[in-house]
Design a protein around this ligand. Structure first.
Ligand code: CTP
Length: 212
């Protein structure tokens, strides 16, 4: 049985006990990917942030809640000899420089100092933690191909799933996704504007059938 590591959902970075910085992501695409991985006989470790969708019960999936980028990365580094790493989580790129233990009282305007979070995909895909095959995701709104190709190389991915909104659908928390799978060797697969289940099946099938 092959081993997959997948990150899904969105992370949160709290500013004070009630407020946080986060990203859009329901986790629906991530859960669909896990179902496909199971169909293709993978044993799955899922590191997840916040989800707006139900998890799956299976003896072949282990869900681990990693609410922040730092926790997600710390947990990811525990797994070696991973065959396939899929980095689908919407990780907050920033966190508050200083967490306020007490609720910040409302005043006239507020400036926040933010610092960068680690990039989980980048940290994992260079060096000793690299899964045999790494797949990144990129949601792009402009210069979609240019940005995606840049990300594929800068994050050392074997494949990158470019997804982008259609005129009618921003994709977030939708039943549908829309995009293209781009391979490092110049190959690509048009995934189309299809349900997240079909989208996931096309990705996992294509990657599993390739000699990597
Ligand atoms: N990613 C990650 N850790 C981060 C940011 C992103 O692991 N701190 C991963 C995502 O899971 C995804 C890929 O990197 O697989 C691209 O994420 P995206 O948010 O599009 O990339 P950014 O590097 O944040 O680029 P930008 O926001 O400038 O488009």
């Amino acid at each position: 049985m092959k081993h997959a590591l997948i990150t899904i959902g969105c992370t949160r970075e709290y500013i004070d006990p009630v407020r946080y910085i986060s990203n859009e992501s329901s986790g629906r695409q991530g859960i669909a990917l896990i179902k496909s991985l199971l169909k293709f006989n993978y044993k799955v470790i899922c590191l997840h942030g916040y989800l707006q969708t139900k998890q799956i019960v299976s003896k072949n999936v282990k869900f681990i809640f990693t609410p922040t980028a730092d926790e997600m990365l710390r947990e990811a580094k525990k797994y070696k000899s991973i065959d396939l790493g899929i980095f689908n989580a919407a990780v907050s790129d920033y966190k508050a420089k200083k967490y306020n233990k007490l609720k910040i009282k409302k005043k006239n305007g507020l400036s926040l100092k933010l610092t960068n979070n680690p990039d989980i995909l980048r940290s994992m895909s260079f060096g000793k933690y690299k899964p045999k095959v790494t797949v990144g995701f990129a949601y792009e709104t402009n210069d979609v191909f240019k940005n995606a190709k840049k990300k594929l190389l800068s994050k050392n991915c074997d494949y990158l799933v470019l997804n982008f909104p259609t005129a009618e659908d921003k994709i977030f928390n939708s039943k549908y996704n829309n995009g293209i799978l781009i391979g490092r060797s110049g190959d690509f697969l048009n995934l189309g504007n299809v349900t997240k289940t079909i989208f996931a099946n096309k990705i996992v099938k294509y990657i599993s059938n390739r000699k990597n």
